[in-house]
Design a protein around this ligand. Structure first.
Ligand code: AVI
Length: 328
């Protein structure tokens, strides 16, 4: 064996250890499909989480602002309604901003379990939260909440929190599966507070996903950047365009990355071919009327306890319950 061979093998082994094989397999399967696709959960590496925070500050991206404002009203009402000690479990907690109106208003909150896929962002966000709420017990979990996550046992009643209309990133049938699984993991006597974006003017929706600064485009393209960085890819980002539109037949925003040329790229050991104009479908963002969401939650076995609607019907928040609560 000569030195060159040995070095090559060592490098490949090192690369093998560093690669996240689940991510790699998902990417290769998605990009080998007839309709190429990537799962939106892969947007959220540290950089992607930062882009998403920047999206939330954009004037066009109304869901963040409108929901946050509504949550102040929700928190005040929940403070009157709920008395039992609560353990809040947030799915996809991100920058930990949405929880703050609840933490500063609801006296019954005992502990808080934020779950997020991006470990580094979660760590930083928890540090800020500890400073703001020094008496609160925080048990962060860095995990993919779309898979089964073990929730630490607590004496307080589990209260799920799923803001941001992340439920819209599932297909309706996957959303039912997620809600059913959440009901099972939260236990018999649980609540789930969930933010849901509503159907509205297609123009307003279109603008929210096609901001003038191009931050959403960068967020979308970052998934390719991440593949290059983490999976040893050579995708030319300049040959892909962000394309997002509202599909009124399906009631969803679709986000794509469209290849501007015929091209071939490699990812690890695999070669992927793109036709000119071929798209990678990266995200759906479903919008629901209150009736549609009520039916969906009902299919997953949840009962609607309360419902809040923002001004101009821009965004909704639902308190779901398992129906077995005696009284609070
Ligand atoms: C996280 N999720 C609910 C956002 C949405 O609106 O679907 C992600 C996003 N994609 C583009 N802009 C924001």
């Amino acid at each position: 064996m000569n030195t060159l061979e040995a070095t090559g093998r060592q490098r490949k082994l090192a690369l093998d250890c560093e690669i996240d094989h689940v991510f790699y397999n998902d990417v290769i399967n998605g990009l080998s499909a007839t309709r190429k696709n990537l799962a939106p959960k892969y947007f959220y590496d540290t950089r992607g989480s930062r882009y998403f925070d920047a999206i939330c500050r954009l004037p066009e991206y109304y869901p963040y602002r409108v929901e946050l404002r509504l949550l102040h009203q929700v928190a005040a009402e929940l403070n009157q309604l709920l008395e039992r000690p609560l353990n809040i479990i947030e799915f996809g907690a991100g920058s930990l901003e949405k929880i703050q109106p609840l933490l500063s208003t609801m006296e019954c909150i005992d502990s808080y379990v934020p779950i997020d896929i991006s470990a580094e962002s979660l760590k930083q966000a928890c540090q800020t939260l500890i400073e703001k709420f020094p008496g609160l017990e925080i048990l962060p979990i860095a995990a993919d909440f779309t898979t089964e996550v073990e929730i630490p046992p607590s004496d307080a009643a589990d209260f799920g929190f799923f803001p941001g209309s992340t439920i819209g990133n599932y297909t309706p049938s996957d959303a039912v599966d997620f809600l059913r699984a959440a009901r099972q993991s939260l236990g018999a006597d649980a609540y789930l507070l969930i933010g849901v974006d509503t159907k509205k003017s297609a123009r307003l929706l279109h603008r929210a996903y096609n901001d003038r600064e191009g931050i959403t485009a960068r967020f979308n393209l970052n998934i390719l950047h991440r593949i290059n960085r983490e999976l040893n890819g050579d995708i030319n980002l300049h040959k892909f365009e962000h394309y997002a539109f509202y599909n009124p037949h399906r009631g969803r925003i679709e986000m794509h990355l469209v290849s501007t040329d015929e091209q071939v790229c490699t990812i690890g050991d695999e070669t992927i071919h793109f036709n000119q104009g071929e798209s990678i479908h990266t995200e759906n963002s479903y919008k629901y009327t209150p009736e549609e969401f009520t039916a969906l939650a009902g299919n997953a076995g949840w009962r609607i306890s309360r419902e809040w609607m923002a001004d101009k019907n821009l965004f909704s928040v639902f308190l779901l319950s398992t129906g077995s609560q005696a009284s609070d």
